[in-house]
Design a protein around this ligand. Sequence first.
Ligand code: PBG
Length: 336
Amino acid sequence: MKFPLARPRRLRASKIIRDAIAETWLDPGDFIYPIFVKPAGGREPIPSMPGQYRWPVGEELVRHVEESLSLGVNKVILFGVVPDEVKDAVGSPGYDPHGVVSRAIRLLKETFGDRLLVFADVCLCEYTDHGHCGVVRQKGGRWYVDNDETVKLYAREAVVYADAGADFVAPSGMMDGQVAEIRKALDAHGFHEVGIMAYSAKYASAFYGPFRVAAASAPKFGDRRTYQMDPRNAYEALKEVSMDLEEGADIVMVKPALAYLDVIRLVKTHYPWAPLAAYNVSGEYSMVKAAASQGYIDERIVTLEILTAIKRAGADVILTYHALDAARWLREGTPF
Ligand code: PBG
């Protein structure tokens, strides 16, 4: 017998055979498209995230979502951007029934109904004047975020978004017990059908930098390391995920995605029955955009390669700013 006996290259010889045996396929239905909404004015480009905008609640937003739907991207997650003047210490614009996210949810659900699934991020960093994700208190000359007070406000915010018509609420503040408290509040108000996508394993990551510019939500002092997870820990994600599932989360999430593919795989392996989302965050997006604009990488192939890798690692859905571009590129087939 002539060497070599086994020739894996036979299965790579043409696109047809590669496609026939490919394990992972991306589809526009895999994506949840994050959209920043603002109260009024015209659409505004986000300097830290080329290709992304802050959309005024109105006609321009509706047209953009129409485009998204026409590409097969039928899930969006909304983030509110409000002027500094209306922010306060307890983030009240976040649970104002007439706030920007509530208005956007109403408009989108009235316009698109069941054609569109609307997720609403539940957090307070976009609405507090200090930029932390909850109520800040002082003790012995040190500041801290008051967990239980904050969770009460998240529950209020979640009910407001559910009342506006959100299909899912997505608590992203990493406070202990937030999922249970939100589930209780939703049920108490009759919103049994509103789901919870929990940001379960959300790491304290510098990859959120461009988002914080977009949403003007950077903390004014300190950082988020007392509530978001330590990047050095993978197994701890299993603890967070198990707690969130027990508290009633319908979908769990790992965030960021690209530098945490091992965590995605770990969670999928241990909880194969739990729908798993991965957040391909702002910094991951903007790195690709920056490198592509310099001609260092092929944006189309790199983007599809990254998203495929996130799915291959075990994600069932991917929150990604690349959603519309990727959906457009996928129409031409895969580049692999
Ligand atoms: C709110 C929130 C953040 C992101 C999603 N929800 C920012 C943060 O935790 O600072 C980041 C998303 C991204 O970077 O794309 N807490």
